[in-house]
Design a protein around this ligand. Structure first.
Ligand SMILES: [Fe+2]
Length: 304
């Protein structure tokens, strides 16, 4: 981390658990309205505790460790148990079981919803959250995974952890996020998480745990580097986020544009995603409140 002059933007090249450093700067004048209050966001981003960079990309695969393996296995078994003839191994074909269960109703679920409006409006998501709220074992496995595997990436600092992860079903013919009226051709739900109305902090890192293989149009597409976030959108700046089953991918979703395409793989992608950030970077005015959206993991005395 370093002091930053107000008329420049940092391109981050830090490594997990290491404070961010600077490799390149671009002038503030070159920055469009892509990310809103750029000065504030850069300040937040500088507190990321080290964005995750490998091979010149700001997203990367992370090890899951024993605890992550336990958590993802538990999740796969729990989800498979909801559907006849589906096992952990055959989860990518869960859409066939859903169609059998729901008949004609299933048709309406295969459409792409509207970003932030009805793209989370599915029975299988509600079922999951009911189970989540009731299960100490599931919540314990989640937090144990973050404590043992993710938190060390922040170099011992107290972090904020999203209390309840998001579950995504990306069924063939659909997408995991809804579309927007201004989406470029072929893209669904192009956004940064810091955009309105989400206003996520740029100090956050997004983590996605793949419960089935994620690749091609069943996965998301992510801007490769914050070096291009001030430029007009171009798919060439983006890369398909390939993540094998029971692995985790991390990326700076508040800084890097990301989107879906219609899933034409014939397989369902199921994944869990959550956000973490250093406690020290938390803005008490954030809409993502401590105790509701976030919980604290680690020594709280430094901030509270
Ligand atoms: Fe997002």
């Amino acid at each position: 981390m370093r002091a930053q002059s107000p008329n420049e933007t940092v391109v981050y090249t830090g490594i997990s658990g290491v404070a961010a450093s600077t490799s390149t700067t671009v002038s503030q004048a070159a920055i469009g309205g892509v990310l809103g209050d750029r000065g504030k966001l850069s300040e937040e981003a500088a507190q990321r505790g080290g964005p995750l960079v490998a091979n010149n990309k700001e997203f990367m695969l992370l090890p899951m460790g024993k605890e992550g393996g336990h958590f993802s296995t538990m999740m796969q078994e729990l989800l498979a148990a909801d559907y006849p003839d589906i096992t952990s191994e055959t989860l990518p074909f869960v859409h066939e079981a859903i169609e059998k269960l729901k008949g004609a109703e299933a048709e309406s679920e295969l459409n792409v919803g509207t970003f932030g409006v009805d793209d989370r409006d599915h029975d299988y998501l509600y079922n999951f959250y009911e189970k989540w709220d009731r299960s100490y074992a599931l919540q314990h496995a989640y937090l144990d995974y973050i404590d043992k595997i993710v938190k060390p990436l922040y170099g011992g600092e107290a972090i904020l952890v999203q209390k309840t992860p998001n579950l995504r079903f990306n069924i063939p013919g659909s997408s995991a996020i809804g579309g927007k009226s201004d989406d470029p051709d072929g893209c669904i739900g192009l956004h940064c998480d810091s955009d309105p109305p989400q206003f996520h902090s740029c100090a956050e890192t997004n983590y996605i745990v793949a419960l089935t293989d994620m690749s091609g149009s069943s996965s998301l597409y992510v801007e490769k580097s914050s070096a291009t976030v001030h430029l007009p959108f171009n798919e060439e700046y983006c890369e398909n986020a390939v993540c094998p089953r029971s692995h985790c991918i991390a990326f700076a979703g508040s800084l890097l544009r990301h989107y879906n395409k219609e899933n034409t793989t014939g397989k369902t992608r199921i994944s869990l995603d959550f956000r973490c950030m250093p406690l020290a970077a938390y803005d008490p005015k954030s809409k993502y409140q401590l105790g509701k959206y976030y919980m604290i993991m680690g020594d709280q005395q430094s901030k509270l």
